[in-house]
Design a protein around this ligand. Structure first.
Ligand SMILES: NC(=O)c1ccc[n+]([C@@H]2O[C@H](COP(=O)([O-])OP(=O)(O)OC[C@H]3O[C@@H](n4cnc5c(N)ncnc54)[C@H](O)[C@@H]3O)[C@@H](O)[C@H]2O)c1
Length: 440
């Protein structure tokens, strides 16, 4: 049985390591964060991802999955080393590969036999080569010489359905120029291979580009329907019907055609900026993506304006913001539109009462400078007491089917901003609310 190391136990690394262990492989997850590794060793998980906790416990029980901060041991023991560390945006928008380089350096320091280094982090084109050079140089400095191959294996999972996505991918992309590495990667993903999942074998550079091109396209698709939604409002068309009919066209597909407050999360915002940066570096501008980023920023502010306009200003008013995570079923609030909308409302002197099933802790930390204007409540009903308006920013299931009678009972005024288009206007209005949606 091959030994696998997954370096970086975040959303991607933890899911990758756990699912590979569930495929029957022997996996060590490595992270520099002691607290995280301690928690994991005790069977507690540091993130919210449906189904992950049970899967981790099961694979720990069967001793196929372990957690360590000891990268030396992991590099020495594993034949295949996945890099799944963060690649956050630098100030200029480019992807910062500092952590990836750090891991490459550790691999160069401790490599003791043939290894395959698989890059799962989303990285600029050319990073595979950077990793190769860093490992070779570090090995040389210690007077060692071992063979190794580099593979780019970008990850397409979505937070909230990460386990399903990892185990049922639309495709697995393997970028490498080594036949040996390709065969070993096929055996790592044997379970998916026998399940007829399409495998795409490419060069390292092409694999790196596939990830950015895919995310940028999806971000652009969301932004496209958001702009159409804004126009629909002006011309009295219904964006849901427009999207529905558009989606019936096989060339378009119905996915990612839901109008809303703009995309967020740890991937689309940073990956679009990184791709634009790569384009600039190579003097090949990506003007569509540049405009996508701009339009997405405006979309969040358009939501704030929509609320202010409908209510005749929000100064001194209280708004109930439901949903803080960038999408349902995750505790991840990185770049969530909810943060920008809350900031916008508070700068116009509104008070916020909010609730999110999983994202409150991280949101509190990210919104600390607005502490005095935000109250974090225990559920949607508590958050509506004394409020002037409801703003649904993230469509958690429990916000899709609220008891509107109960919700409105102790509100001061009755505005309802359904920024995810999950309610029927007539139904909401029947409870005395003034209903506003996106693009209908
Ligand atoms: N989150 C997603 O939905 C998603 C999906 C596809 C791809 N990606 C990409 O995958 C990568 C990881 O994203 P994430 O969301 O899992 O990040 P994350 O921030 O949740 O996790 C990264 C982890 O790496 C650890 N780390 C950093 N340096 C380390 C080192 N030298 N050794 C060991 N551990 C180290 C950190 O402590 C952290 O736990 C990024 O490049 C991201 O763009 C993310």
């Amino acid at each position: 049985m091959k030994k696998i190391a997954v370096v970086g136990a975040g959303y991607v690394g933890l899911v990758t390591g756990t699912c590979l262990a569930d495929f029957g492989l022997n996996v060590m997850c490595v992270d520099t964060n002691n607290e995280k590794i301690d928690m994991l060793r005790k069977g507690n998980i540091p993130i919210y991802e449906p189904g992950l906790e049970d899967l981790i416990k099961r694979n720990m029980y069967y001793k196929r999955l372990s957690f360590t901060t000891n990268i030396k041991a992991a590099v020495e023991e594993a034949e295949v080393i996945f890099i799944a560390v963060g690649t956050p945006p630098a100030d200029d928008g480019s992807a910062d590969i500092f952590y990836v380089r750090k891991v490459a350096q550790s691999i160069g320091q401790y490599i003791n036999d043939y290894k395959i280094i698989v890059n799962k982090s989303t990285v600029p084109v050319g990073t595979g080569e950077t990793v190769r050079k860093k490992i070779s140089q570090t090995m040389k400095e210690r007077g060692a010489k071992y063979e190794f191959d580099i593979v780019s294996n970008p990850e397409f999972l979505r937070e909230g359905s990460a386990i399903y996505d990892f185990t049922h991918p639309d495709r697995v992309v393997i970028g490498t120029n080594s036949d040996k590495a390709r065969e070993i990667m096929k055996s790592v993903y044997r379970v998916l291979n026998v399940n007829q999942v399409p495998f795409v074998f490419t060069s390292i550079e092409t694999a790196e580009m596939i990830k950015y091109a895919s995310n940028a396209f999806l971000a652009m698709k969301i932004t496209f329907i958001n702009e159409i939604a804004n126009l629909c409002e002006k011309v009295e068309a219904n964006v849901q019907e427009v999207a529905n009919a558009m989606g019936k066209d096989g060339r378009i597909s119905p996915k990612f055609l839901h109008a809303g407050p703009g995309y967020g999360g740890s991937c689309f915002p940073k990956d679009t900026k990184a791709l634009v940066d790569i384009g600039k570096k190579y003097n090949s501008r990506l003007t569509l993506i540049e405009k996508t980023i701009e339009a997405n920023e405006s979309q969040k502010l358009i939501m704030v304006e929509k609320i202010k306009e409908a209510m005749g200003g929000v100064s001194g008013k209280t708004l109930t913001v439901l949903g803080l995570s960038f999408k349902p079923n995750t505790d991840d609030v990185r770049e969530s539109p909810a943060l920008t909308i809350i900031e916008g409302l508070i700068s116009s002197d509104a008070k916020i009462q909010t609730f999110d099933p999983q994202g409150m802790e991280e949101a509190k930390w990210r919104l600390q400078k607005y502490e005095s204007s935000i109250e974090y409540l225990n559920d949607e009903y508590e958050a509506s007491i004394g409020s002037d308006g409801i703003v649904i920013v993230t469509e958690w299931h429990q916000f899709r089917n609220m008891d509107l009678g109960k919700l409105s009972k102790e509100m001061k005024d009755k505005y309802f901003f359904d920024l995810r288009n999950v309610y029927d206007r007539n139904h909401v209005e029947s409870f005395g609310f003034n209903y506003y949606s996106v693009g209908k």
